[in-house]
Ligand binder design. Structure first.
Ligand SMILES: Nc1nc2c(c(=O)[nH]1)N[C@H]1C(S)=C(S)[C@@H](COP(=O)(O)OP(=O)(O)OC[C@H]3O[C@@H](n4cnc5c(=O)[nH]c(N)nc54)[C@H](O)[C@@H]3O)O[C@H]1N2
Ligand SMILES: Nc1nc2c(c(=O)[nH]1)N[C@H]1C(S)=C(S)[C@@H](COP(=O)(O)OP(=O)(O)OC[C@H]3O[C@@H](n4cnc5c(=O)[nH]c(N)nc54)[C@H](O)[C@@H]3O)O[C@H]1N2
Ligand SMILES: [Mo]
Length: 719
């Protein structure tokens, strides 16, 4: 009896269960942690899911989101066939059509736009899903458009750009060798639950943990030796203040600074403007707490820091706040040293697994030309350092038609609720676009605006290439056949490439041909990968990746040094006013006039992660929805008392851009004046309250986590 058979017998009573356990992966969540999933399949249907015990990443564990897999994939609103719109845009009236018909229409209509305007008039967009990205980006470029853009416009890339212009590479924490972990906006239990183990082990070894957050999270409660509950959006000032303390108290690593860094004198002048009492006022923290945390971080080394993909960089001052924290690594000599933070080379989909693939080359080798991508003029730093359009400028370019009109959008997983002024974006798309295609698993408010809607299948219904830390690679096999007439995104793109007769034999050759090309040279072939349903060790993986490369060979910046003063930013036209130093500005600086302050006195922070939610994906998944049936915001107990609010009351949250209603949950975990809420609800979309120009000028990232709002008890509740 195989191990699988033994397990299914042990778990499910009865002699012949007819159940087969198939390995797959859960892709509901972040691509950096797609857990191995065991699907118990009976008669072509998944009857149970568990984490895969033998999987090198999650070792059998599965979170709330992953456990909802069945409820997710068997949702009623799955798109079942290709659809053609027959009502007005947004109305939601469609008729089923065949795949052949759908491909024919898409090929013809995109071809017309290309002919009448230019290939760049077609914007190719992707929502959060990442697995098909190399295929998709190449598809857009082979079509001839420079305009490929994704949710990277708002997720993680601001942080990665900070790394690029400061060190030239990433900043992975070397948790296994650190004595101190500075968990700066680290909410591991909620957003990266498998990372908690590393922090726990550090504590078991006698290591110390500092957590800096605006809310008292499980990480603060369970892991922190020192917890700083900072006022939202003020982290940049704290980081500069900490640097001053470190320098003034002789805790700095002056040898490191001298040998490996650039721009220290200018940086020191900036830092000197942030004495402890001033920083205490800005951040709402006690001077003695800042002092203790700084001393621990600087003197109990080696110390590593956590960098968040969203918490700070979802603010208009976020890029430089993040950079100010990066600089602390150099001040204390903790970058590229054992126990600090260090660069790890990317493997596939920009993930690190310690071996080389050709996915970057696959993405960009067909880049079609010199035209400016969407957002290029407005966000020159983004444009210089990332090979996608900045989607936060899409609404403007659609409206104004400059520097050239956008006339069609082809999207995989388009979700307008992720964009500021979501309603406005949909309205303008309806007016300005000749043709819209959306590929999704579920019918939603954005897909209702498309002319053609195509049904995608989920991760358990498809094959996909995936790498994992530790030098692993897997090519998954479908646990069940695609539901209804749905297909894998990669297959859709490759079939469409054939229907459009694009000039690219790889794409036309299909997903597996592309995968073979991408992994060629890594030491495993697709045929090898197909012999195992679990991740395989890649022979060329060089592990463990050791710190010290940049210190030896030079940093990947213009000066070859760690740049306190960024020469990449200095190279941007001064008219944009970007500061090469990590200077601090207020996170509400553009909403600071007296009138706005009085009308919208609360600080609205949206999207701090919760274990039962991810963007728009799970709010309509029945089993998960029972955990929090109504869109709900969190408010401090003090504010609630003041406003005569209790749990379950309905409030109206308003901004200069609109208002939404949510239920209230009172909490003692956040400070007075702060309102927290999740994005992604259709009934109460927080991004309708966010202005389209409330953007970080360095990255173009929106201030999702720092904007003004007002909150009032709804009239009926008052009665
Ligand atoms: N206010 C506020 N807004 C935010 C954030 C915040 O913190 N606050 N966070 C931002 C961040 S960091 C991110 S990453 C974005 C994410 O924002 P989105 O990109 O909107 O993410 P999702 O809602 O997860 O997915 C988008 C769509 O993809 C579909 N989808 C799921 N799987 C697949 C698939 O395999 N194929 C296809 N074709 N479609 C699929 C989903 O059904 C959904 O309709 O949201 C951003 N928006
Ligand atoms: N469960 C779940 N997990 C997810 C996601 C999800 O939607 N749900 N999304 C995934 C995606 S796309 C992303 S980008 C990542 C984001 O991953 P993270 O960046 O880890 O997640 P966040 O919860 O946005 O932020 C981390 C912490 O920062 C805190 N914070 C907010 N504002 C501030 C501030 O001004 N200063 C400080 N010091 N702390 C602050 C929040 O309270 C939170 O505890 O999560 C990924 N993981
Ligand atoms: Mo994200």
């Amino acid at each position: 009896m195989t191990e699988h058979e033994e397990r299914s017998k042990a778990k499910i009573p009865g002699e012949d269960t007819g159940i087969e356990i198939k390995h797959s992966l859960c892709a509901i969540c972040s691509p950096s942690h797609h857990c191995g999933l065991d699907c118990y399949v009976k008669d072509g249907k998944i009857v149970r899911v568990e984490g895969t015990p033998e999987h090198p990443y999650n070792h059998g564990r599965l979170c709330t989101k992953g456990s909802s897999q069945r409820s997710y994939i068997y949702r009623e609103d799955r798109i079942k066939t290709p659809l053609r719109r027959i009502g007005a845009r947004g109305e939601g009236k469609f008729e089923p059509i065949s795949w052949e018909e759908a491909y024919r229409i898409v090929a013809e209509r995109l071809g017309q736009v290309k002919e009448a305007y230019s290939p760049n008039a077609v914007a190719f967009y992707s929502g959060y899903s990442k697995w098909y990205r190399p295929i998709y980006q190449r598809f857009a470029h082979v079509f001839g458009s420079v305009n490929f853009g994704t949710d990277d416009s708002v997720c993680a890339v601001s942080m990665k750009m900070g790394n690029k212009v400061t060190m030239g590479g990433g900043a992975a924490p070397d948790m296994a060798h650190a004595n101190t972990f500075l968990g700066w906006n680290y909410d591991g239990y909620y957003s990266h639950h498998l990372s908690v183990e590393g922090v726990r082990k550090l504590k078991e070894r006698g290591g110390k943990v500092i957590i800096i957050d605006i809310r008292c999270t499980p990480a603060a409660k369970n892991l922190a030796d020192i917890f700083l509950q900072i006022d939202p959006g003020t982290d940049g000032a704290l980081a500069l203040g900490m640097a001053k303390l470190i320098l003034d108290n002789g805790w700095a690593d002056m040898d490191y600074i001298e040998k490996y860094t650039y721009g220290f004198e200018q940086y020191k002048q900036l830092v000197d403007q942030y004495p402890l009492d001033k920083v205490s006022k800005i951040t709402g923290l006690k001077p003695e707490d800042i002092y203790e945390a700084t001393k621990l971080y600087a003197t109990n080394g080696p110390a590593c820091v956590n960098f968040s993909a969203s918490a700070l960089v979802h603010r208009i001052n976020g890029f430089n706040a993040n950079r100010a924290i990066l600089c602390l690594m150099a001040v204390t000599g903790n970058y590229d040293r054992v126990g600090g933070n260090y660069p790890i080379p990317a493997t596939y989909l920009r993930q690190s697994a310690g071996f080389h693939t050709r996915d970057e080359q696959f993405r960009i080798e067909k880049y079609p030309g010199t035209a400016e991508r969407i957002g290029a003029q407005r966000f020159p730093l983004w444009n210089a350092h990332y090979d996608e359009f900045q989607s936060m400028d899409l609404l403007r370019q659609l409206e104004e038609g400059t520097p050239y009109p956008i006339k069609a959008m082809f999207a995989l997983g388009f979700n307008a609720k992720m964009f500021p002024e979501s309603d406005k974006l949909l309205k303008v798309m309806a007016e300005k676009l000749d043709f819209i295609v959306d590929v999704d698993l579920f019918m939603n408010m954005s897909a209702n605006y498309a002319d053609i809607v195509l049904p995608a299948c989920s991760s358990v219904e498809r094959s996909e290439l995936k790498c994992y830390q530790g030098g692993y690679l897997v090519y998954t096999q479908p646990a069940i056949a695609p539901l209804y007439e749905s297909k894998s995104d990669a297959d859709i793109l490759c079939e469409l490439a054939r229907a459009m007769d694009l000039d690219d034999e790889l794409l036309k050759g299909g997903y597996e041909a592309c995968v073979e090309w991408i992994i060629d040279g890594c030491g495993l072939t697709l045929a090898d990968l197909k012999t195992s349903s679990l991740p395989m060790k890649v022979p060329t993986a060089q592990l463990p990746v050791k710190p010290g490369k940049y210190l030896k060979e030079g940093f990947k910046t213009r000066t070859g040094k760690f740049e306190f003063y960024s020469t990449a930013i200095a190279a941007i036209d001064p008219k944009y006013g970007l500061d090469p130093l990590p200077s601090y500005v207020d996170s509400l600086a553009d909403q600071d006039d007296e009138e706005t302050r009085m009308a919208y006195p609360f600080y609205f922070c949206t999207g701090a992660r919760k274990p039962y939610a991810i963007h728009s994906r799970l709010h309509d998944t029945p089993w998960i929805r029972t955990l929090q049936p109504e869109p709900t915001c969190e408010l401090s107990k003090q504010d609630a008392v003041h406003m005569d609010l209790k749990d379950g009351d309905t409030v109206t949250i308003s901004s200069p851009y609109g208002c939404i209603d949510m239920k209230v949950k009172t909490t003692s975990k956040i400070k007075p004046g702060v309102v927290l809420a999740l994005p992604g609800y259709t009934k109460a979309n927080v991004n309708e309250l966010l202005g389209r120009d409330h953007l970080d000028p360095y990255s173009g990232f929106p201030g999702y986590k720092g904007m003004r709002c007002n909150i009032t008890k709804r009239q009926e509740e008052k009665a």
